[in-house]
Design a protein around this ligand. Structure first.
Ligand SMILES: NC(=O)C1=CN([C@@H]2O[C@H](COP(=O)(O)OP(=O)(O)OC[C@H]3O[C@@H](n4cnc5c(N)ncnc54)[C@H](O)[C@@H]3O)[C@@H](O)[C@H]2O)C=CC1
Ligand SMILES: O=C([O-])CC(=O)C(=O)O
Length: 339
């Protein structure tokens, strides 16, 4: 199958038989995750009842005759799925339905991420990068990381890139500019309704976004629109976002591997380790996975330090961080965090 001038990179996708999996896998196979010169070996993990769907997707991946696709394996064994993995996309988890908040999924989904963290700890390649998509993504990433003591916490991330992309798109729509003109947006906090999409450092074609839109629009339209977009999609589409989520996962990993240059983006990153001091500068304590402004430098997410925050921004960030702490304590009470 493969045309290769480099060794294949192993990419594990959990929940491969689901909606996001279906939107994600073909883009990975076509080279959009890791680049047009990098062959991929796909490892698909499902639970037994999802195996047939994942196997069907694997058949279609073969039928795509993707030049970069080295191989596709499907399994319900986490140890096999994460063996030698370089990039692990933890998508497999229940999505919420109408009227639910993502935190309502804590009990249903959190138990998935301890065993997967352990399997990654035991079998993954030494350069493994993990992106948790399954909700509640930040706390699930924290659980997975806590069960992988041999892997630096900064290798476990949670997806808030979809929120970031939504914020960029809404601002661009409002000022009638292309998304490429928008720079400097930040999504702070949890991938939940408490998140804080912030344009106070954003520019559109070099002009401060705050000069182009009203304070009232920001507070009454922009922030709730972005923070509740997932619920809007569920209401209108009848199912939670899938293609836009897959697209954001591609963006996150692509930037992580290839770098962001001077631009920043948003990602849920560990507030322990290399980013502890920068996170503390925004009032975010250690031991969380929190969305922050980040640049990808030499293959590592680095929190952009020392941005001036307005008092009301600080209050928004603090509220979302308080929710992350509550979620952490809830999973601790469920016995899902070691120690
Ligand atoms: N962070 C973010 O921005 C976003 C997160 N999500 C979340 O992503 C998750 C997946 O969403 P969809 O693909 O739409 O759901 P889906 O229900 O279509 O697919 C989920 C798949 O995961 C599988 N699965 C469940 N437990 C598993 C386990 N332990 N190991 C491997 N596979 C497992 C299921 O069998 C199913 O095939 C949900 O939790 C959803 O809330 C969705 C959109 C955006
Ligand atoms: O809202 C949901 O449940 C799915 C999701 O995380 C999103 O679309 O941001």
């Amino acid at each position: 199958m493969a045309a290769a001038n480099r060794a294949p990179v192993t990419v594990t996708v959990t929940g491969a038989g689901g909606q996001i999996g279906y939107a994600l896998l073909f883009r990975i196979a076509s080279g959009q995750l890791l680049g047009a010169d990098t062959p991929v070996r796909l490892s698909l993990l499902e639970i037994p009842q999802g195996l047939r769907a994942a196997e069907g997707t694997a058949l279609e991946l073969i039928d795509g005759a993707f030049p970069l696709l080295d191989s596709v394996d499907v399994t319900d064994d986490a140890s096999a799925a994460f063996d030698g993995t370089n990039v692990a996309l933890l998508v497999g988890a229940r999505p919420r339905g109408a009227g639910m908040e993502r935190a309502d999924l804590l009990e249903a989904n959190a138990a998935i991420f301890g065993p997967q963290g352990r399997a990654i700890n035991e079998g993954a390649a030494s350069d493994v990068r993990v992106l948790v998509v399954g909700n509640p993504a930040n706390t699930n990433a924290l659980i997975a990381s806590s069960h992988a003591p041999d892997i630096p916490a900064e290798r476990f991330t949670a997806m808030t890139r979809l929120d970031h992309n939504r914020a960029v798109a809404q601002l661009a729509l409002e000022v009638d500019a292309p998304v490429t003109a928008v720079d400097g947006v930040i999504v702070w906090g949890n991938h939940s309704a408490s998140q804080y999409p912030d344009v106070s450092h954003a520019t559109v074609d070099g002009r401060a976004a705050t000069e182009l839109v009203s304070e009232r629009w920001l507070e009454e339209v922009f922030v709730p629109k972005v923070a509740r977009r997932g619920a809007e999609i569920i209401e209108v589409r009848g199912a939670s976002s899938a293609a836009s989520a897959a697209s954001a996962a591609i963006d996150h990993v692509h930037d992580w591997v290839h770098g962001t240059g001077e631009r920043w983006t948003s990602a849920g990153v560990s507030t322990s380790g290399v980013n502890a001091a920068a996170a503390a500068g925004y009032g975010v304590p250690e031991g969380l996975v929190c969305s922050l402004p980040v640049r990808s430098v030499d293959g590592e997410w680095i929190v952009v330090p020392g941005l001036e925050e307005r008092a009301d921004s600080r209050a928004h960030i603090a509220a979302s961080v308080a929710e992350l702490v509550e979620e952490r304590e809830a999973v601790r009470a469920l016995g899902l965090l070691p120690g």
